[in-house]
Design a binder for this molecule. Structure first.
Ligand code: 15L
Length: 275
């Protein structure tokens, strides 16, 4: 059986992933900077900081696949992101290569391309357009993944995760939602896929209004859930979206600190004109 390590195991996504693997009786090495709740018999826990090279090398000994979910899941000041979202990635990749890990499944984010206009269909080959320091950190992670494959033969699958929530609750989520069940199915195919080098895939459910096209992906990912099932409820209950947020795929991350005077002056054409 492949030895799998899950980083960020105490986090919001990590907790769902842990429950999935526990139900599947897949043993898991779990790691976080803080202790996890309710560690099960199938789990082995290592608490520590991924920026600590010795800790990370030790963690990755004999590991086949790293599911890297660790990091701050929000756009925070750079001083806060620099350790968990930038440096830790470097330590992780360096240790993974030294310890002979086969594959990293990296929790990237839709915010790596969050400045694309809402409504535009993009695929996994478009240029990155990060919408925040958080999004830029995801681009950094994707670049490391690319480099470690090209130079060292360490595989990476970058998951540009959308909105991972129990159910969609906003108009934006009708396009960006990733259900718990679909993420777990996506991780299964990421672990099982034969050698594929470097790959990017959007982590999104089968949403009728999705903006993300995974046609270039070689992964047999077939999402089952569709945010459209919640559209009527969202229309009834969701507060109206902020007009600037609604213009970009990255929503509030993209709108925060936005001050392009030329585009502000022409708000009706903003999305189309942003190149
Ligand atoms: C993410 O990558 C963030 O971690 C999360 O806080 C949400 O903003 C999500 O994307 C999203 O785009 O909805």
């Amino acid at each position: 059986m492949k030895k799998i390590v899950l980083t960020g195991a105490a986090g919001r996504i990590g907790s769902v992933v842990r429950a999935h693997f526990a139900a599947a009786r897949q043993p898991l090495l779990i790691s976080d900077i803080r202790p996890c709740l309710a560690v099960t018999p199938g789990e082995t826990e290592r608490v520590g900081d991924l920026c600590d090279a010795a800790f990370t090398r030790n963690l990755l000994s004999d590991v086949d696949t790293v599911i890297h979910m660790a990091g701050i899941p929000d756009d925070r000041p750079l001083a806060e992101l620099i350790g968990p979202n930038f440096l830790a990635l470097n330590t992780l990749y360096t240790a993974a290569q030294e310890m002979g890990v086969r594959r990293v499944v990296f929790a990237s984010s839709n915010h790596a391309t969050g400045m694309y206009p809402a409504g535009q269909i993009i695929d996994t080959q478009v240029a990155v357009k990060p919408d925040s320091d958080y999004g830029a950190a995801k681009v950094w992670g994707e670049a490391l993944g690319r480099m470690f494959w090209d130079k060292h033969g360490l595989e990476t699958i970058c998951l540009r995760i959308g909105s991972f929530t129990e159910r969609p609750v906003s108009v934006r989520h009708l396009s960006t939602w990733l259900s718990h069940r679909d993420l777990c199915a996506l991780l299964e195919v990421c672990i099982e896929a034969p050698r594929l080098g470097f790959e990017i895939i959007y982590g999104v459910s089968a949403n009728t209004r999705s903006w993300w096209d995974n046609r270039h992906s070689r992964l047999p990912y077939r999402p089952l859930d569709n945010a459209e099932d919640y559209a009527e409820r969202i229309a009834r209950e969701a507060p109206p979206a902020d007009p600037l947020e609604a213009r970009f795929q990255g929503g509030d991350f993209a709108a925060r600190y936005f001050n392009r005077a030329d585009e502000r002056a022409n708000e009706s054409g903003l999305a189309d004109n942003l190149t």
